[in-house]
Design a protein around this ligand. Structure first.
Ligand code: NAP
Ligand code: F7E
Length: 345
């Protein structure tokens, strides 16, 4: 029997990698895309899988649409990856973020409950942003939550409603508490892609300076391609559950830049502190990194580092790609794109 997976957020980074993985496993993929002014399937094209997906029009804000689509699709597995996923924007659009990232989750769970789809398994894209002002180091499934942004708060609701529908209605609903995961398909507004694309443009002479915010925040960065495997594994378990997915290693933004720069033939020397910090390319003497207050957040998550022991033991999940391999992969992809003057980043 061919299984049907319904993926919300299929046009995003994780949606693309998950769809590729599930196609390789023989699934029928129904991909949810919302109506936008311009078609946004470039990530699926990049992975060469756009033609293998059945697209349906879907928006997490519209309950009647969710009901119809889920009834028609009759999925075996639902992966809810759709979200307003940019933390910075959530401070500017807190109500919209809550509607999509918190209420949107309830809308899908209500659809599953309404149709009595007790065999349908549900994955919720939770996040290390739940830990926010981290109460323990490293963070695991027992660590208390303290979100630091409207995004984190909305996702906390999404996490608990997933747990609640499991406990109250017996749904097979699992929550993956995933730490930052990146790739060549990461959105260009996130700091890793901003750096790899920015340095590629500077190296090509298209741009002089890269403006960033807080260089000292530390993140546990993994490769998205590895992390989508954990999502699938969670839904293959007899019992639903919550799992932390992380590499167990953390690096600052500053460190990311120092490791990336030599891949572009640059060598970074730092000067000045905090908002006066600048990064100079030793080889040319030019200032290529400056700080812009606009990229600081009203409340910051300073340090994230995850402990994935439970995922390792129960799911058999392991992170395959290490930090320098991830940076190299992203840098190479952006150098190629800039060299070929590609439009869809
Ligand atoms: P992403 O690239 O920003 O993709 C988000 C997706 O959600 C896009 O396909 C977007 O569609 C869709 N979307 C947004 N609002 C929607 C709405 N109202 N209705 C339907 N679809 C909507 O995010 P990602 O990095 O792949 O992350 C996937 C999920 O994991 C998100 O829920 C994110 O919050 C969570 N997460 C991510 C990370 C990470 O490090 N990447 C870590 C932990 C958790 P458009 O293309 O139309 O905008
Ligand atoms: O920021 C700092 C910024 O936007 C990382 C999402 O996928 O992961 C992501 O959220 C850090 C922060 O990711 C710039 O202040 C410095 O400390 O790349 P980011 P994020 O906020 O960690 C979590 C797990 C998710 O769930 C989210 O959906 O980098 N930073 N300078 C900057 N960040 C950005 N974006 N731009 C800068 O110029």
């Amino acid at each position: 029997m061919v299984k049907t997976a319904f993926i919300t957020g299929i046009s995003g980074q994780d949606g693309a990698y998950l769809a590729k993985l599930l196609l390789e496993k023989g699934y029928r993929i129904v991909g949810a895309t919302r109506r936008t002014a311009s078609i946004n399937t470039h990530r699926l094209q990049y992975l060469g899988i756009e033609q293998d997906i059945e697209f349906v029009e879907f928006d997490l804000l519209e309950f009647t649409n969710i009901l119809r689509v889920i009834e028609r699709t009759a999925p075996d597995e639902i992966y809810n990856l759709a979200a307003q996923s940019f933390v910075g924007t959530s401070f500017e659009q807190p109500l919209f973020t809550a509607d999509v990232d918190a209420m949107g989750v309830t809308r899908i769970l209500e659809a599953i409950r309404t149709f009595g789809m007790t065999n349908c398994r549900y994955y919720q894209a939770s996040t290390s942003e739940l830990f926010g002002k981290a109460q323990a180091v490293p963070q695991n499934e027992q660590t208390s939550f303290h979100p630091r942004s409207p995004y984190g708060v909305a996702k906390l609701y999404g996490h608990w409603i997933t747990v609640n529908y499991r406990e109250a209605f017996g749904l097979h609903s699992s929550s993956g508490i995933l730490f930052n995961h990146e790739s060549p398909l990461r959105g260009v507004e996130f700091v890793t892609r901003k750096i790899t694309l920015g340095l590629a443009n500077i190296a090509a002479g298209n741009q002089d300076v890269l403006e960033l915010g807080n260089l000292d925040a530390q993140r546990d960065w993994g490769f998205a391609g590895d992390y989508v495997e954990a999502m699938w594994l969670m839904l293959q378990q007899d019992e639903p559950g919550d799992y932390v997915i992380a590499t167990g290693k953390t690096h600052s933004i500053r460190k990311f830049i120092e490791i990336a720069a030599p891949l572009y033939g640059m060598e970074i020397e730092w000067s000045g502190e905090a908002e006066d910090a600048i990064g100079i390319d030793r080889k040319t003497g030019k200032t290529i990194i400056t700080i812009n207050q606009a990229f600081f957040r009203p409340a910051e998550v300073d340090l994230l580092i995850g402990d994935s022991s439970i995922a390792r033991d129960k799911l058999g999940w392991n992170c395959k790609t290490n930090f320098s391999e991830l940076v190299e992969m992203m840098a190479a992809a952006d150098q190629k794109r800039v060299g070929e003057r590609q439009v869809n980043f």
